[in-house]
Design a protein around this ligand. Structure first.
Ligand SMILES: [Zn+2]
Length: 453
């Protein structure tokens, strides 16, 4: 393995401390979306970059919704790499936290704050990577572009989506590193780092039923609510059939590669037949939460989340509707999902899609993925890097419109069972060790990949 010459002159202890300082600075800025106010973070980053000789810029649809972008030039012999992140965070219930969510308190080796894992830690690690590349004067083949975007948590149309629509030239890149993977986890004591290579799209829709209105005291069987209820009763988690994707295959075989032979065999058996895969997953001696996740990765999913019908207790309404959070696999269009749905629901329900987004899948064999694997092998030799299908959505859906191959990798050392479940929850926190380790891994991936060493 070629070791970078620049590593020798980087004091990683100091870089770790700088990373902590800037993460805490960003966590103290309230960028809850809505309303966002991400310009606070954009200005913080702008000042940080400017002090190091970068000329970055803040762009966006309004003053408050700033996205910060900066670029480090390479020699142009290879196309750019984009380091992307988002600076907005989700809401908090402060009374349920043991530390103020905007104080960035440090306790027991963790930094607390909304955004500590999603994803101001990556905003900071990517920023540090930019500064370190510049300080070390690394000779880059690729430009490295930095984008800390607004609005990801509410769809990204005022952030990454806006940049893609209005200033694509600022972020046009061949590859990108994003959130969505990178956090180490363990299964039976074996450690894995998921690298997000695929992301589901959204195929959200509304189901509406019509019936005969009337007086609540005289029941009849053309009640719109009862018609809707009959349809929704079919929406079990495994409503739609299994389809293997490349990423799912890579994920399962990657896990199997270091598991004891009985579990490895069961995992491989699962991949032999789509029609029996669910039953095979149920039999796996793995945690229920992981199995639920695998079931979701296996198929297009449809989950009822909102119901609307009626307005008065003594009136039978003429209409009822449900909103369904649908998520489609790479390669599946809304029309293809609709066909699958009709096959199990029949034709009676009125189905209308709401603003679908396209699912994505990047190549499992790419130079960027290889750089990630190589660097991880050096920093955690026992662990395995595996491709991962994100069931939720990220800003990758916008950036891939420019042809960019997006990989989710926010490197995080395994910090203990359940740490990842703090994302969007109470007491979100990131371990100091994770941050120190992560910034080094991220820097080395970027340095190696963008300099072509
Ligand atoms: Zn996020």
């Amino acid at each position: 393995m070629t070791q970078s010459t620049n590593e020798n002159i980087i004091n990683w202890q100091e870089v770790g401390e700088e990373t902590i300082t800037h993460l805490r600075g960003l966590l103290r800025l309230d960028t809850r979306n809505p309303p966002g106010n991400e310009v606070r973070a954009a200005e913080y980053l702008h000042a940080l970059f400017e002090a190091e000789g970068f000329s970055g810029e803040i762009v966006g649809p309004s003053q408050e919704r700033g996205t910060f972008i900066a670029r480090l030039k390479g020699d142009g012999s290879a196309p750019p790499l984009l380091l992307m992140s988002h600076t907005d965070v989700v809401a908090v219930e402060p009374e349920r936290w043991t530390h103020d969510p905007f104080s960035a308190d440090i306790a027991d080796g963790f930094i607390y704050g909304r955004g500590a894992l999603d994803m101001k830690q990556m905003v900071t690690m990517e920023a540090m990577t930019m500064l370190l590349l510049k300080r070390a004067g690394v000779r880059l083949k690729r430009d490295v572009i930095y984008m800390a975007a607004a609005d990801e948590e509410c769809g990204g149309h005022e952030g990454a989506g806006w940049v893609v629509e209005n200033y694509p030239v600022l972020i046009q890149a061949e590859y990108a590193l994003n959130e969505g993977g990178g956090s180490g986890f363990e299964i039976n004591g074996r450690r894995y780092y998921p690298v997000q290579t695929a992301e589901k799209g959204t195929v959200r829709f509304r189901i509406r039923t019509h019936g005969r209105p009337g007086h609540g005291s005289i029941p009849h069987d053309e009640n719109a609510i009862l018609k809707l209820a009959a349809i929704l009763a079919k929406f079990a988690p495994d409503l739609l059939p299994v389809h293997f994707t490349n990423t799912l295959r890579g994920y399962i075989t990657g896990i199997a590669s270091t598991q004891p032979s009985n579990i490895a065999q069961a995992l491989h058996a699962m991949l032999t037949d789509e029609t029996t895969a669910d039953a095979a997953v149920d039999r796996l001696p793995l945690e229920e939460a992981l199995k639920e996740r695998i079931h979701a990765m296996l198929r297009n999913t449809v989950t009822p989340t909102v119901l609307k019908a009626g307005s008065q207790i003594n009136v039978i309404p003429s209409e009822a509707e449900a909103l369904i959070d649908g998520r489609n696999l790479p390669g599946w269009t809304p029309d293809m999902v609709l066909e699958e749905l009709r096959a199990v629901l029949g034709n009676e329900a009125e189905i209308a899609f709401l603003d679908p987004s396209t699912p994505l899948e990047a190549d499992l064999q790419s130079p960027l993925f290889n750089s990630i694997k190589d660097v991880l092998k050096e920093h955690d030799p026992e662990a395995t890097a595996i491709p991962y299908l994100q069931t939720g959505g990220t800003d990758a859906k916008h950036v891939t419109k420019l042809g960019t191959k997006v990989y989710g990798f926010a490197p995080g050392l395994y910090a203990g069972e359940g740490e990842g479940r703090r994302v969007h929850s109470h007491d979100e926190r990131v371990s100091v060790r994770l941050l120190q380790w992560g910034v080094r891994v991220l820097y080395e991936v970027v340095e190696r990949f963008a300099s072509g060493a």
